[in-house]
Design a binder for this molecule. Sequence first.
Ligand code: FES
Ligand code: MG
Length: 596
Amino acid sequence: MTDGPKKLRSRAWFDNPDDPGMTALYLERYLNYGLTRDELQSGKPIIGIAQSGSDLSPCNRPLMDHAKRVREGIREAGGICFEFPVHPIQETGKRPTASLDRNLAYLGLVEVLYGYPLDGVVLTIGCDKTTPAMLMAAATVDIPAIALSGGPMLNGWHKGKRAGSGSIIWLAREMLARGEIDYEGFMEMAAASAPSPGWCNTMGTATTMNSLAEALGMSLPGCAAIPAPHRERAQISYETGKRIVEMVREDLKPSDILTREAFENAIAVSSAIGGSTNAPIHIAAIARHAGVELDLQEWERIGKDIPLLVNLQPAGEYLAEDFHRAGGVPAVIGAMMEKGLIREGALTVSGKTMGENCRGKGSEDADVIRGFDNPLQKAAGFRVMRGNLFDNAIMKTSTISPDFRARYLSNPDDPEAFVGRAIVFDGPEDYHHRIDDPSLGIDANCILFMRGAGPIGYPGAAEVVNMRAPDYLLKQGIRELPCIGDGRQSGTSGSPSILNASPEAAANGPLALLKTGDKVRVDLKTGSVDALVSEPDWAMRKAQLEAAGGYAYPDHQTPWQEIQRGCVDQLGNGMVLKPAVKYQRIASKGLPRDNH
Ligand code: FES
Ligand code: MG
């Protein structure tokens, strides 16, 4: 932040007395729908609204309405508003996977924020990848930016019970496999979980990332949890519009907010809310673009022993409406502050510190947001795993069910370790073709491996690591087998998989050497996963893989698939575009050249 008013960058387009020719060129087309010269030349901040909602992005579609209130807030505070579209990223609609597009939306937004006459921007966030894409771009360009969440859906209900997004699909799949419901019943359950506009009403990746945007200090207090249809959502949209104009006047930029303290707060809050296993990937990406060193190990150091306070599906029982009524993110942070778990001095978009924003805030419903004396889980963070199959992967140990624990983690001599027989699948198609094949002999002592599902292999890293057990095991009551893979897992899934393994098989990581039938040892005490294969055998497989030209994955289908595969980093490093990371705070380094 600086003390005095700073020359607005938009002046270089719209009001450059040294170059009337260029000023006229920049100005005239923006007058053609009714803006006046006075509006564009009287020194008012020009504010972008980066619109991520569209018919293709139903999770973010409410933001198309909320933008009207944002505009009114911007006007009220004396700014001029330009709304523009952001590349759509719909988690449930985009093939082969929405995460392929996170970096594409990032790149597009960087060009827009840098190349147009914008003094500040409202980032409209919601569905899983839209939040990190926008925050990454804001960090790179570093003009004043504030995030506005579109809000979750209302609670879903099915037969008198809360029906949560995604979570109900996993349940319905199992019921269909057991013959308890038919196709119609399946579709009815799925639709019941989506009762209104908004994003997933569970603590999936969307609610996680919007909550973490707030924990990072990038949105106004309370912004994440307000359901999309509630009046408070329109009201905070208006407040957000007013606030961004003030932020431009204060020159309060992402680099003032996205500090090391902010990221430590995000990691801590992620544990307390039961955050998605996608959070470490996206938080790493935002940190890298912000120039903050954040090793994956920090998730274990800061987050592992923080208890789970928020009782939302998939880990708990409630949904987003309940989270909002219980006080949302400020209530969680307020409670954590009393335990000294929050860096209170971290600055936020409100212009105040996190401590000033959240002090005295607490739960309004002790069953939905629990106290530290009554948490859902004692240690809710991630374990970072490593071994001879990969350098790093994460595991949400808090989702290990009593059933799973009894089956795999009850050896009295070695209670936190088990050895299983590997069943290896190369991509989800291979898994679907073979999972129910009796000749594989899958039993309760097997570990399912998914590879070819990472940033390069899939491409884009798909949410395919949590694999259901074969039908014949489900019928015997064996619901889950241990799953390990180089892809991701849906934040709405409660499986205790070991995922995001880096390097992936397609980068010729050692996972590519594993064979069905190998014994693999998983040890939660030491955080290790190792194939029990002899050194000579391992070396021979390595030579064979090299001779075969490396791990094979599907051909590129689009230009972007090829471009991204050529320069994308691994999940443990945030899956960022490697050449992009060196471009930091670019707005402070000057303006782009004139366009004529
Ligand atoms: Fe968009 Fe879950 S699918 S938020
Ligand atoms: Mg998902």
